[in-house]
Design a protein around this ligand. Structure first.
Ligand code: HAX
Length: 426
């Protein structure tokens, strides 16, 4: 058994008992109330979900297992996976063991390449990526063992096996989607000696002479890994998982939500907006030009992509991390300079629009500019990178949910007529 699985086998049973006792003792306590506006407003702010891998306080941003993201910028994605699952960072020996476990499962079945090869040439990269995950569902250990009558206490182990198998394969699948979709040449075989992110960079085949792109991808995969349980992709995946659908179903379903322009697709839209600005003004625009352009965007009824958030009320620490990376490695890049200048102008514009609750940049406002600098200029691919990373959190949440024995998700809906009766009878 791997060190990570061994550790989880020690952690989970007492934690499950602790949570059961907690709910038994305080089960009747009211933790949230729901207004009519919240029922019609995407359940914003309703506290009714549990996610122990991470949380997002509006004034701090992402905290993974009690550690603020700003203290994790230097960590590698494999370390973050360990942290998400166990609540601790791995020792060097534990990290090595997890990396070997992933390497042992990285071989992608041939039929996945065949399916990707037969998809229409203009398929969206997210459709290709999610199709590849879904088509591998026949590999699910959970589905097989469930059919054989596995005990409920073992559900998490089988889900863990699916997690390792999926996470191990995502860099190769993501890299092939890039090469196939954008005609970059044949598939590149994995580098057995590289870490998870470095291997991805190797397999996409972009030049990386100083390993800066590798550094960027380690950062990118760390920053996007998780964002508590209520965002569209995490919530959708958790709901699917709660039906005891296996992780292949749950992850691909959740990532279909990430493909929406108000969620993960915003990073493709954001860079398109920035490049539109640079093209329109023939270079890095002045503050005045940017302010005018921002108002034009708003007045034409469009959003300024990369700005605003459903939960955050500060500059997203993930944006800070990308800004720091760009300032360190390519401060003079015109696209990057424009991103930095937008940050100086747009919050003040958005603050003047009363309905906008968060005028600050989110993760998507800067990530695309960093990728673009290293030659990854195909915007529509960016959400695949987000997905490779977010799979770490979604899959970890699923394993924890199985280990805690959480039931099927089933909130209650009412018709407008029923809500009318409730509110008008008061
Ligand atoms: N530009 C223009 N209008 C904006 C805006 C922006 N950047 N941010 C919010 N608004 C508008 C909303 O569209 C909404 O308008 P309507 O009432 O007319 O529909 C109003 O302000 C109130 O919105 P809110 O309460 O402040 O924000 P929401 O929780 O409803 O939405 C969003 C949060 C992230 C979807 C929103 O800020 C947005 O559309 N931003 C631009 C797209 C974007 O960057 N998305 C990525 C978010 C991060 C993420 O999930 N990545 O995966």
């Amino acid at each position: 058994m791997s060190l990570l699985k061994e550790k989880l086998a020690q952690i989970f049973p007492p934690l499950r008992q602790e949570i059961q006792a907690f709910v038994k003792q305080y089960g009747d306590k009211v933790v949230s109330q729901v207004t009519l506006a919240q029922a019609y407003g995407g359940m914003r702010g309703v506290k009714c979900l549990v996610c122990d891998t991470s949380e997002v306080p509006p004034d701090k941003g992402l905290i993974i297992r009690g550690i603020e993201l700003k203290y994790l910028f230097e960590k590698w994605p494999e370390e973050i996976l360990w942290l998400l699952l166990t609540g601790e960072l791995p020792t060097p020996e534990e990290l090595k063991d997890l990396q070997s476990e992933l390497r042992a499962h990285e071989e992608v079945p041939d039929y996945v390449w065949n399916v990707l090869d037969t998809m229409p040439a203009d398929s969206h990269p997210m459709t290709m990526f999610n199709t590849a995950i879904l088509v591998m569902q026949r590999e699910s250990v959970f589905a097989k063992r469930y059919a054989q009558g596995m005990k409920k206490e073992e559900y998490w182990e089988a889900t863990y096996d699916d997690l390792i198998s999926i996470i191990a394969k995502l860099p190769a699948i993501g890299a092939y989607v890039y090469r196939k979709r954008f005609n970059k040449g044949p598939r590149i075989e994995s580098d057995k000696n590289a870490d998870w992110a470095k291997n991805f960079v190797h397999m996409i085949g972009l030049p990386d002479p100083n390993e800066e792109l590798t550094k960027l991808m380690r950062l990118y995969f760390t920053l996007h890994c998780d964002h508590e349980g209520g965002n569209v992709s995490a919530f959708s995946a958790a709901t699917i998982n709660s039906a005891l659908s296996d992780l292949y179903y749950a992850l691909s379903g959740g990532l279909n939500g990430l493909a929406g322009p108000l969620h993960g697709l915003a990073n493709q839209e954001c860079l398109a907006w920035i490049i539109g600005v640079v093209e329109k003004f023939g270079g890095v625009p002045t503050h005045e030009e940017l302010e005018k352009y921002a108002w034009e965007t708003l007045n034409s009824g469009r959003v300024i992509p990369g700005y605003g958030h459903a939960v955050l009320r500060i500059t997203d620490p993930r944006f800070d991390a990308f800004l720091a990376f760009g300032n360190k490695y390519f401060p003079e890049d015109p696209i990057f300079k424009t991103v930095a200048r937008v940050y100086e102008v747009v919050p003040n514009v958005l603050k003047q629009v009363q309905k906008i609750k968060d005028p600050w940049p989110n993760v998507d406002a800067a990530s695309g500019a960093t990728l673009y600098h290293y030659g990854m200029t195909e915007f529509s691919y960016y959400t695949v990178l987000f997905s490779i990373s977010r799979a770490l959190g979604i899959c970890s949440q699923a394993v924890v949910a199985r280990a805690m024995g959480y039931p099927i998700t089933r909130p209650k809906s009412l018709t407008t007529a029923s809500y009318r009766k409730i509110v008008e009878s008061d």
